[in-house]
Design a protein around this ligand. Structure first.
Ligand SMILES: NC(=O)c1ccc[n+]([C@@H]2O[C@H](COP(=O)([O-])OP(=O)(O)OC[C@H]3O[C@@H](n4cnc5c(N)ncnc54)[C@H](O)[C@@H]3O)[C@@H](O)[C@H]2O)c1
Length: 312
């Protein structure tokens, strides 16, 4: 039987689907969801839930002791677009929540951690195409700086204290169950909702902005596969590059037009354009493929089909 798992930030875009998948796999009672707010009905009704602030070490420790938690998935964070508006709050949340979880593992109170990084660790000086696992980074956003620092600390805790922490650099994630939480790639979810509701979408990213993206099912599978891999296979203890597809706003629009021929798109780039311009267009994820067998399943057209069918 799997030992109890705690998910912090379980009510967000990724946490909601991750919690449901882990409950399906390991049993509802063994997966404890937590967040600073309550989540959707399916999540709240399917197993234990705790109101928990990720910046409060003592509160997390209480929950860990109470449920005899063995693994933590830390999904609480302030995302890229919101973080540009509240830099200090973003830094405090993103870093203190990570230190809390790393220190619990250092003190042997838990034995394994998943913490997500992002393609936002890369910056304007990073080679844009097929961005390598190890390359120039120099992130230019508050969010990217917090993720890059987080990666360095994860590797440090692994090397110095033997903490079993695992991580992937998620690209922009596309899902239909939960809305995204203030990132720069949110347009690729909004566009499907608006296509069905209004037949039109005004994109906050300009034509030609090509970004790495992934369908949520692939992201959840990658996360759980990485956590289930034997420790010796995990050679990268900062964070793995992870990829499946890259596209521009006009390419996603075309993919939607195959199903909704009258769908139209217009462009009104805002402050998020600058963030998008600083990120890679495509990612080389060969290390994840070679070391723990990562393989994506969903391309853009399959994603469009899933999104439209489920949102209808
Ligand atoms: N969604 C993406 O496209 C994407 C891409 C790259 C990386 N990531 C990373 O994945 C993780 C999860 O992202 P997401 O998209 O699900 O984010 P989200 O914003 O949808 O969810 C984050 C959750 O954390 C909760 N939270 C905020 N402050 C908290 C606190 N102090 N204590 C406890 N919970 C708190 C929020 O209530 C929310 O439910 C983050 O680390 C994010 O940086 C996401």
């Amino acid at each position: 039987m799997h030992r109890p798992i705690l998910i912090i930030g379980a009510c967000g875009q990724i946490g909601t689907e991750l919690t449901m998948e882990l409950r399906e796999k390991y049993g509802n009672e063994r997966v404890i969801a937590s967040d600073i707010r309550e989540g959707g009905d399916t999540l709240m009704g399917s197993g234990p839930f705790e109101l928990l602030d990720a910046t409060n070490y003592a509160a997390i420790e209480d929950v860990v002791m109470h449920y005899e938690i063995d693994e933590i998935y830390l999904m609480a964070a302030m995302l890229s677009a919101t973080a540009e508006k509240f830099p200090m709050r973003a830094w405090n949340l993103n870093m203190s929540s990570l230190f809390n979880v790393l220190n619990l593992a250092k003190e042997s109170k838990i034995s394994k951690i998943f913490w997500p990084s992002s393609i936002a660790v890369f910056g304007p000086n990073t080679p844009k195409e097929d961005t390598a696992q190890s390359t120039i980074m120099e992130p230019s956003t508050v969010y990217g700086i917090s993720k890059q620092s987080g990666e360095r600390w994860c590797e440090y805790y692994f090397k110095k204290y033997g903490v079993d922490v695992r991580s992937v650099r998620y690209p922009g994630l596309i899902s239909w169950k939960t809305m995204p939480g203030g990132g720069t790639t949110d347009y690729a979810v909004e566009i499907y909702h608006e296509a069905l509701k209004k037949g039109h979408y005004e994109s906050f990213l300009a034509k030609g902005t090509k970004l790495p993206m992934m369908y949520m099912d692939d992201a959840i599978r990658a996360t759980i596969d990485l956590m289930e891999s034997p420790s010796e296979k995990i050679k990268v203890r900062s964070s793995y590059n992870l990829a499946s597809m890259s596209f521009t706003p006009e390419e996603i629009a075309e993919s939607i037009q195959n199903h909704i021929p009258d769908f139209t798109i217009s462009y009104a780039p805002d402050f998020r354009q600058q963030i998008a311009d600083s990120w890679p267009s495509s990612i080389d994820d060969s290390a994840a493929k070679a070391q723990w067998g990562w393989e994506p399943k969903f391309n853009l057209d399959q994603t469009t089909l899933e999104m439209l069918n489920n949102l209808k």
